[in-house]
Design a binder for this molecule. Structure first.
Ligand code: 2NE
Length: 272
């Protein structure tokens, strides 16, 4: 399945408020509490790639349609041996690639959660940079009940977010937690009345959009690097390269190569 145009989206709604600099990606399977199939994930991935590449977009909202669910995780009716099975009959766990994509995206991603954020859907909100929850939101990991688990970010990032004891409780007992409990645990940034959810999410986005995009992208990379080992250092290092290419010092090396002369770095100070 290859998504090549917005019109081909079937399981996701993608909108851009270009004047505002905000993109919104909504899983659109409300009858299944916004459970995802391989196609849903692929479509989300296409939207995130578009939002990343669009220089007019500075913040991305991830949500689910309706008020009953943000996302209820992988669609258990298409789970086969080895993963979730789509039209091509290949079992996939492509939501893991999506988690990495959201994490590496150099713009803030905000989860806007109404209703259930459970299973793989709970992990998606945790991977987002911020979570704005409605007062009807319910959070939980159901994997151990349905014979599944996420031993990647779903466990390790959770433990960093809410602490080892609470993370083990959340996974081992597979309980559900209301919005206030999630706020108390540090799982979400704020809780607002359901009818103010989108308004408040946009306010948070606008506030970030007033700040330096470079500051935000480097801060995100730094916080990722602390958890992501060499991949995190690579992300942070990529930002250093991006900034260096803006400098005269960086350009002197490139220009000298093009001019077929030796580079002269003597005018650049060796700062303390
Ligand atoms: C989400 C929850 C708690 C909602 O409960 P409720 O009572 O509000 O709704 P209901 O009636 O359970 O669900 C409405 C319809 O949506 C379907 C249901 O089967 C039902 O269908 P009908 O009876 O109307 O035909 N539905 C909901 N979630 C679904 C799902 N994930 N897959 C397929 N159909 C789903 C409640 O529905 C619930 O507990 N859902 C299951 C949550 C779950 O266990 N998710 C999978 C976790 S594992 C995972 O996501 C994962 C992973 O661990 C590792 C890698 C990748 C993924």
């Amino acid at each position: 399945i290859e998504v090549v145009a917005k019109e081909q989206l079937q399981e996701v709604i993608y909108e851009k408020a270009v004047g505002e600099g905000i993109a919104k990606i909504a899983i659109n399977r409300p009858e299944k509490r916004n459970a995802f199939t391989p196609r849903t994930v692929l479509e989300m991935s296409w939207c995130f790639a578009d939002a990343r590449d669009d220089p007019k977009i500075g913040a991305i909202i991830l949500t689910g349609t309706g008020t009953q669910a943000f996302c209820s995780g992988g669609d258990q009716t298409v789970r086969g041996k080895g993963g979730y099975v789509g039209e091509d009959n290949v079992p996939r766990l492509n939501v893991l690639d999506l988690q990495v994509q959201i994490r590496r995206l150099p713009k803030p991603v905000v989860a806007m959660v109404a209703g259930f954020a459970v299973g793989g859907g709970h992990i998606l909100h945790m991977i987002c940079d911020l979570t704005i929850a409605a007062d009807n939101a319910v959070f939980g990991q159901t994997g151990p009940k349905v014979g599944s688990f996420d031993a990647g970010y779903g466990s390790t990032h959770m433990a960093r977010l809410i602490g080892q004891k609470k993370a083990r409780e959340m996974w081992f007992l597979s309980r559900m937690y209301n919005a206030q409990q999630a706020l108390d645990m540090g799982l979400v940034n704020t809780v607002v009345p359901l009818d103010r959810l989108e308004e408040e999410t946009v306010i948070w986005c606008r506030e970030m959009l007033r700040n330096s995009p470079t500051a935000l992208r480097v801060l995100k990379a730094a916080m990722n690097a602390d958890e992501d080992g060499q991949a995190g250092i690579q992300e942070l290092g990529g930002n250093a390269t991006l900034l260096f290419y803006h400098s005269e010092e960086g350009d002197e090396g490139r220009q000298a190569y093009v001019d077929r002369r030796a580079p002269d770095f003597s005018r650049f100070p060796r700062l303390p």
